[in-house]
Every structure is written in C-alpha cells, then in structure tokens.
Design a protein around this ligand. Sequence first.
Ligand code: FBP
Length: 262
Amino acid sequence: MLPHAADEISRDGKSLILAYDHGLEHGPVDFEPNPATADPERLFELATHEAVTALAVQKGIAEAYYPEYEDDVNLLLKLNGTSNLWMGEPDSPVNCSAEYAAGLGADAVGFTLYGGSNHEVEMAEEFREAQEGAREHDMGVVMWSYPRGQGVKNDTSPDTISYAARLGLELGADFVKVKYPGSAEAMGEAVRMAGPTQVVMSGGTMRDDKAFLRNVADAIDAGATGLAVGRNVFQRDDPERILDALEAVVFQEVDPAEALAI
Ligand code: FBP
C-alpha cells in the first residue's frame, strides 16, 4: 500500500513520469530531434496522455504553464537542477523550496542527489530539507539518484545502481530514479536494496522502439514500478505512439513486440 503522497503520481502501483527538465540539464540541443518540443505546451499536452502519471518540470515552466493544465496533469516539481554549462564537480543548485512547490500545486517534488560527488554532503542536507518539506505538504518525493563525480568509477555498474537505489530508501524518498544497470538481474538487486521505496528506471538517450521497450519490460519484470523518461518519448517523431506502447508495457504488462503492433 503506497503512502497517499506517492499514490498521487501512480496508477495501480505503477508510474510513468514524463521528464522535461532537459532545457536546464542539457540545453536546447535536446529539442533538435523534434523542434516542436522546445515549446513546453507540447509536453503538457503529451502529459495528458493516459499513460503519463506525472510531468516533471522546473519551477519556471510550472509557473508559466501549469495553471492551464492543473486539472489534467499531475505535477512533479524538480527542486534542483544544473546546466550543462557547469564544468565543476557534479552539483545541482536548489532553485525551489517544497513550500513553494506546494503553492504551485505540485503533487510531488523531485530532487537530484549526486552520491560520490565532492558536493554530496551539502546535497544530502538540502535533500533533507526538501523531503521534510514535502512530508509537511503531503507531497511525494522522487530522488534522481545519480552517483557520479570523483568518488564514482562506473556510474551504471550493478553495485553503483544498487547503492543509488538504497540511498533513496535511507534518505526517505518514495521513488528513486536510477539508470538501468545493464541487466534485469542487477535491476532486481537494486529493487531489493530499495525496499518499499519504488524504483523507476531512467530513460536515457534515444534508442529504437524495440530495444527501448524491451529494456522497460525487463526493468518492470525485475520489480521496478515504472519509469521516468524524457528523450525516449519527446525526441521521437510520434511521441504519442510510444506512449501508447508504454501504456501497454508498463500498465498492462503486454509483451513489447505486441505493444508495438497495437
Ligand atoms: P531521459 O529519459 O531523457 O534520460 O531523462 C531523464 C533525466 O533524469 C532527466 O530528468 C534529466 O534531465 C536527465 O535525465 C539528466 O541526465 P544526465 O544528467 O545523465 O545527463
């Protein structure tokens, strides 16, 4: 049974978070494959698709666009984020408080933690503030748990991803978003380490439909409860088509090959 706060951005215990913080994290280059997606309105429209349980955006986008969509889209507000222009040790400045997110109507908050970075200590302290603020306002907490920096040799090795998943549990996240560790077995171990914290798989750079859906199905089979995906949806020519297939694979557990034929 999910805590109420986590339930807000799930459906039947599964979640499909559409991530759209790329304008900050990577810059306009991520919109090049599908130029219409530079307009946040396009993503809010996509987020009304039945498969999408929440849209993750930064504060400025939420302020400008969410009022029009608050009845149709669940808002996952990222509280920190960093640009690709930053060349230092991984860090992610906090740009919004949990209180402010609640005022914007957020159902959940998102927070990036770079375990292993020289900035891990400050980031963990900032996460504490975000997590406790979210609890006060009955909002779910999603940790983008991305170990990287000087202390991390391989940021997608099974051991690293298991540790990333465990950080979510230890620090009080409802969901922990991790990169795929390369096999269903390793994903299963990460899920085990996360205990009651739900593991959602990160989308990554764009892959062909079949490979991507197979990867998603493997993660779900291994116990992940969904995914948080950006580029593998919005960079496609027809994002609605992949959302239809994801609805089948994530929520109906349809085989990927069959889902593509739907
Ligand atoms: P994708 O599905 O496009 O990989 O997005 C997931 C995400 O976590 C985004 O929320 C974020 O902008 C991006 O990946 C960060 O990726 P990285 O820091 O690895 O470049």
